[in-house]
Ligand binder design. Sequence first.
Ligand code: FES
Length: 68
Amino acid sequence: MFVCLCKGITESDVREAGRAGLVMACQLRARFGLKEAGCCGRCSKNIQELVELAASEHRLPAPNAVRT
Ligand code: FES
């Protein structure tokens, strides 16, 4: 699903950024160029939704993690 039509950013792009440790609004804006010319600004206004999406992925344990 697209979360940004101007840049063609998908939900999985944001999840991938979260897995890479990009979970702050400024990091996501920079990563996806959400302040560049040609952007409508809608994503920047709703950046918290992208932050929550990225952070939810960042907190996931590794698939083969062993719990003690
Ligand atoms: S929809 Fe993302 S900047 Fe316009």
